[in-house]
Design a protein around this ligand. Sequence first.
Ligand SMILES: *Cc1c(COP(=O)(O)O)cnc(C)c1O
Length: 371
Amino acid sequence: MNGTEMKYINEAFESNWIAPLGPNVDAFEKEMASYIGANGAVAVSSGTAALHLALSLLEVQKGDTVFCSSLTFVATANPILYQGAEPVFIDSEPATWNMSPSALEEAFKEAEIANKLPKAVIIVNLYGQSAKMDELAAICHRYAVPIVEDAAESLGSMYKEKSSGTFGEFGVYSFNGNKIITTSGGGMLISDNTEALSKARFLATQAKDPATHYQHSQLGFNYRMSNILAGIGRSQLQVLEERVNVRRAIFNTYQQELVGYPEISFMPELENTVSNRWLTTLTINEQKTGVSISKLLALLESENIEARPVWKPLHMQPLFEKYQYYPHSTNNSISEELFRTGICLPSGSNMTPQDQMRVIDCIKKALSENY
Ligand SMILES: *Cc1c(COP(=O)(O)O)cnc(C)c1O
């Protein structure tokens, strides 16, 4: 928190708007839309809810398929199953760790032959880094299939001077406690299609028809954001840029301190993009170092430092095993390789320089012990 959240929370209490609607919700939506440069935004209870609404609005249903990045958090793909549809997982490519245009192309080619194009493509921007949106959007446009951009991890990031999350029919952000700014829990659905956003508001409030009695013709959800939490969000949005700068500084320190270790590769930043560096992530070459990521994680753990492997690709998850997967190229699965070799380092905005040096020293120790 940055200290000004209480002002907005107090406003909610003083005006007695303790509800999933109110002035903070309206203002937060406007401020978000204007910040990222979209026509409108709908504040909801989680990023997952925003993804689910996006798929509902695109009328994804039973029997449909949805193409989806494989290297991501499970929340990206769960809404596909909520809708009774089937995910088809698309591999990453090395320059962004995000969706591989060549794997996407391959998936589309086969889907076209099978006469079964997907209803939507969900593209994730991992750890703050934008996917290759121009290439991916060109392919999706060619097949006239809409994009949902999962920008839960990339709020504040840029792709060619435009905000990450604004490249699809819908964009999704998350304000979960672990994200770059937070409302403890929450999400935002954004779009240039304000008509669709009105529909999203309707669906997110139990799809209540305009009638004096309680009348419902469609299946709805209870997905709106609380006016109290929206107050936290308004205050957090004011420090987003600051947070991005801090996270980027943390990344730069890791990189500078570990520059002498060529067996370590940091997650790249694609040209003409700015990553918010939500988490500093790197890969380790085990053949050269003799240090596997599990060994490094254990060593960090023994010093009371919590680090994590990168996301386990969804096509490798028991929940999703039976669904189709398209690798970057034949016998070359980039997401599997990143899962085997990648770790996320402590990257919190409130990490002290001393804390960070402790992490760096521990990594150096792990690597030097094997020389
Ligand atoms: C956090 C996250 C989500 C889900 O957001 P919630 O607000 O936790 O529901 C979706 N996708 C990705 C990539 C995430 O990191």
